[in-house]
Design a binder for this molecule. Sequence first.
Ligand code: PMP
Length: 333
Amino acid sequence: MTSTQSIQNGFSATIGNTPLIRIPSLSEETGCTILGKAEFLNPGGSVKDRAALFIIEEAEKSGSLRKGGTVVEGTAGNTGIGLTHICNSKGYKALIIIPETQSIEKIELLRTLGAEVRTVPAVPYKDPGNYVRVSEKVASEMENAIWANQFDNLANRNAHFQTTGPEIWDQTKGEIHGWTAAMGTGGTYSGVALFLKKKNPKIQTVVAEPYGSGLYNYFKNDEIKIEGSSITEGIGNSRITKNMEDMPVDDCFRIDDVEAIQILNKVLKKDGLFLGGSVGINLASAVHLAKKLGPGHTIATVLCDGGARYQSKLFNREFLLSKGFDLNEIGFE
Ligand code: PMP
C-alpha cells in the first residue's frame, strides 16, 4: 500500500491509507479528540477490503489459490464485497454464503459485482447450517477453490497489524491514548490493539460490544453468554476466534442500539458523516472511553462502512418503527 499522493495501480493498490477524521461534535462534547479511521473510503467501501486483500495475497503466495480459482467465504457482506472486487481484478471467482438477515443492499451489491451468492438462514455457529460452516463445506467440495476463513485466518488481523495500526500511529504521531472497536472476526480490533500496545503499552485498548454478542460476559465474568439483540450487522461473536487470541483487552463497553443509532444520527446531522450501524457502536464506545479517561485525551476508532449499505433498515422509518424504536429518542426526526 502506497502513498495517496501518487497514481495507484488498480483496485488492490488503492486499499488502505484512509484518512483519520476528527469528529467535531463528539470531540467538543467530551473535551477529547475523537478520531475515526475512514474505512468507508476504501475502494470496496469497508474496512474488510484490507483483510480480503491479505487473505487472497497469502493464498496466492502459498500456492493454494491458482489461476481461475474460486474464493469461497461466509460473510455478513463486507468481506464478500471486498473479496469479489479483488477476485474480479485478478481473474478469480467469488462464491459467497451470507445469512438472509443481512441488509438487502449488501446482498444485491454482491450479486451486482458478480459473486455467486447463496443466502442461508441465520443460525448459531454450532449448527452445521451456519453460514461460516456452510462456506467451509462448500469450499472443501470444490476443485481449485479456497476457503477464505476470515474468522480464523490470521492474514486478517495481520492486515490490521501491518497497515491500519501503523497508519493510525503515524497519523496521530504517536499522540494517542485509546483505541476501541467492536469485533466480528476480531481482526480489526486485535490487529490494531496489538500494534498500538507494542508501540506504547499505556494506550488503553477497549472492546465495544453490541447486545446479542457473547463476549461482553466473557470479559466481565469469564463466561460466554448472549443477552439481548441488536440490529447492527457484522459485529458480535459467541466464540474466541484465532484472530482474537492473545489480544490485549483493558476494558469492554456494551452499547445498546438506541445509543448507537442516536450517535449515527448526530454525526450525520452535525458532522455530515453517513455511517453504518457498527460505527454507531464504535463511536458510542469512544465517547464512553473519553468519559473514563477524562478531557484532553485522544481516542481512535474505526468507521467501518457507510450508511448507504443500511438505508432500508437503520435509516428507514418503517423498519425502525417495526423494531419498536421511538424515532424522536433515536434522533431520526
Ligand atoms: N463492522 C462491519 C460493518 C463489518 O462488516 C465488520 C466485519 N464483519 C466489522 C465491523 C468487524 O470487523 P472485524 O471482522 O475485523 O472484527
